[in-house]
Ligand binder design. Sequence first.
Ligand code: NDP
Length: 323
Amino acid sequence: MRALVVERLGGPEVLEPRDLPVPEPRAGEVRLRVEAVGLNFADILTVRGEYLTRTRLPLVPGMEFAGVVDALGEGVTHLRTGQRVAALAGHGGLAEYAVVPATAVLPVPETLNAAEAAAFPVSFYTAFFSLRTLGGAREGEWVLVQAAAGALGTASIQLAKAMGLRVIATASSEEKLDVARALGADVALLSSREDLVAVVKETTGGRGVDVVLEVVGGRGFQDSLAMTAFRGRVLVIGAASREPSSLRPVELMKKNVSVTGVWLTSMMGDAAAMAEAHAFLGEVLAGGTVKPVVGRRFPLDRTGEAFDFIMSRASTGKVVVEP
Ligand code: NDP
């Protein structure tokens, strides 16, 4: 089978196409014929050795993917061959076949095609945990979604609307704001506006937003704190700008603001939270009104271009590789 193998840390140039034997599932594992891989910022950082966890080499990258169950290891009885599923496996997706623990397999609503199924797990679970589980967003509240046309942004807008929230979307271009509006954002603003905090305050009747989904970091983090309402919640999900943010805890006192970190990998260990997310996401995705937004698609041997495309900041929705 064709696979992309990484043996040294670096940029897209370290992704080596190789022919490898098709892997065999052991007890408790499942083999998938990979149809589509959702590419994440975290995949790029992992290959560079700059992610939250240490990168173990050699590595076949690709943390989230969708495919057809092709072979079952001993003891796996809840899946059947021929079934389309998604996997949140941490690595292994950028190949024609992948073996994953059965526990990393997620059911996929029949309303999703392969690319949509690959684009769903990371963004939608992270958006759900940020808004509901950790952000405690309640119907009628205002939420600010940064990088709103991106993979996580497009998922967050849709889930926020499904939860009855009011959405202010920010992004770096008018084209991206159009994407956010089309998904139901109530207000869409350029993130570069000098008067961003003032406009957000005005939009919310002087109160500020209840929840901020902070993914850019850097200088904008201070704005996130400044635009929150009394008892606002800032969810720190990412730092796409890779600029440092500063926080003086006393700044949080006056408005009783809380700042909470979000990491999907840790949340996946919380069975009750996962069950709540499964139930909510299953229902809204089956309804067909909420759908992962698939952006540009690349074949396996052009994954390096896909990495560059994401880093160029030109992508909208989830960039997908189809092995
Ligand atoms: P996106 O598809 O949203 O792409 C990232 C976006 O970040 C860009 O499109 C861009 O939007 C914005 N951005 C701002 N500054 C920069 C910069 N200097 N370089 C590149 N992009 C920049 O990515 P994802 O949806 O995959 O992820 C969004 C963020 O959320 C990332 O930081 C990611 O690491 C994080 N994340 C965290 C998870 C967790 O478990 N904590 C899970 C999933 C994602 P614009 O041009 O509009 O500013």
